[in-house]
Design a protein around this ligand. Structure first.
Ligand code: CP3
Length: 395
């Protein structure tokens, strides 16, 4: 049992029988839990033989766009490892596809967009209104998954941040240093802001659609935030994520105040978020937790807090114990085991490093165990099992 050393509060009876979903939602709201919830970024995918078998028969995009297959792949890691949360099998770049900029993978598995955004005229072609129509396979997959999970396991939806989407869309595909996007932001604020505004609208629509289909939480992947200088981060990325979160929480235009999600303690199986009924048809403000993962932005803690995220995902290049000291106790923290341990180390080493992290976070309400970035395709199944077992048996 994880206890707050400073408080003499008695054990909550409810905390002994939490479902994965309750454990996860409690942690997002910084409420007590029996042990930290656990899931892994990129838990669905190439590390699993059952995924690779399906992938032999279908292209990646076929898997993403066929609701039954996307649902099956989302559930594979839940069946095998019993994670507390499932993340929709999908991709951040379907937002670009929904806007009319299609993509594919080349021979070396790099992303190739059909064209690169290089001018104001290219940007003007992006059609935010068409997005929900193009992405109907997303809510279809989510409804299948939601019903299979029976509210026992959290369902996480996601999208890329406007900045990170812009890097793929402006470069025209995968790029290590994203020079065109950085130059666009640095030289021509007006055009970059026009793009960021459209992407912000698109991401709000994409996440709202997932929320209406019943996800319990969403994560915004700002995977390329770390390419920016700390002085650039707020204008290029932070403020757009803040706008998305304000819109989803029904606070568009509200001042800087950091909002806490008022989730009740987990003492009932249903209705924790008001979203157990997946048939809501009308867009509405939500109190579902929002996670922001922005690797490599360790000079921007204030900007990250100002996004209004309920939980911050922390990458593996910064000690979590330091983040714990630096950030207020009412924001959730998620992370941050080094992903390469899962491919390179032995189960004993993985278990020891997992325990070390759990100890560093002992007594800190609002902690979600995860890797510090995605699970590598070469991860060994016995290492994933050792990680999960160690978290599940943490007392
Ligand atoms: O986390 C999960 O298990 C859910 C599925 C998921 C995928 N992509 C599946 C995927 C999620 C959450 C993503 C997000 C995503 N997609 C990000 C942000 C996450 C991060 O790592 O920072 C990014 C940058 C993308 C774009 C993307 N998709 C790239 C650059 C690539 C090629 C590189 C790679 O990892 O293969 C993809 C392909 C992709 N997305 C695969 C999977 C399982 C591999 C496809 C295959 O089977 O060949």
């Amino acid at each position: 049992m994880q206890t707050n050393a400073a408080s003499a509060e008695p054990r909550r009876p409810a905390a002994t029988a939490l479902t994965g979903r309750q454990r996860f939602l409690n942690a997002c709201a910084c409420l007590p839990v029996d042990r930290p919830p656990v899931w892994l970024m990129r838990q669905a995918g190439r590390a699993l033989p059952e995924y690779r078998a399906l992938r032999q028969q279908h292209s990646f995009l076929e898997l993403v766009q066929t609701p039954e297959l996307a649902a099956e792949i989302t559930l594979q890691p839940i069946r095998r490892f019993g994670f507390d949360a499932a993340i929709l099998f999908s991709d951040i770049l379907i937002t670009a596809e929904g806007l009319g900029q299609k993509y594919r993978f080349d021979e070396s598995n790099d992303i190739k967009m059909d064209f690169a955004l290089r001018s104001a005229a290219d940007i003007a072609r992006l059609n935010t209104e068409a997005l929900p129509g193009h992405l109907q396979y997303v809510p279809r997959a989510l409804r299948l998954i939601k019903s299979a999970l029976r509210n026992q396991t959290t369902l996480i939806g996601f999208a890329g941040s406007p900045w990170t989407l812009a890097t793929f869309m402006v470069e025209g595909g995968s790029s290590e240093h994203c020079p065109h996007t950085l130059t666009l932001f640095r030289k021509d604020h007006k055009t970059y802001f026009d793009l960021a505004e459209r992407l912000t609208t698109a991401v709000i629509a994409h996440l709202q659609m997932q929320i209406e289909a019943g996800v319990d939480a969403v994560q915004i992947f700002d995977s390329h935030g770390g390419l920016l200088a700390p002085t650039e981060f707020q204008e290029a990325s932070g403020r757009w994520m803040k706008e998305i979160i304000a819109a989803l929480k029904g606070r568009a235009g509200s001042p800087l105040a950091i909002h806490r999600s008022p989730l009740p303690a987990a003492d009932g199986a249903h209705g924790l978020t008001g979203h157990s009924n997946a048939t809501a048809e009308v867009a509405r403000p939500t109190d579902i937790p929002i996670i922001v993962f922005s690797p490599g932005t360790h000079g921007n803690w204030d900007d990250l807090l100002a996004t209004g995220a309920d939980v911050l995902g922390i990458d593996w290049r910064f000690p979590l114990a330091d983040v714990r000291r630096l950030l207020p106790g009412d924001v959730g923290l998620q992370g941050n085991l080094a992903p390469a341990l899962l491919s390179d180390a032995t189960p004993e080493v993985v278990a020891a490093e997992t325990s070390r992290l759990l100890e560093a976070m002992r007594g800190r309400n609002g902690y979600i165990f995860n890797l510090g970035h995605g699970l590598p395709p070469e991860a060994k199944l016995e290492n994933i099992a050792a990680l999960v077992e160690t978290v599940k048996s943490f007392k």
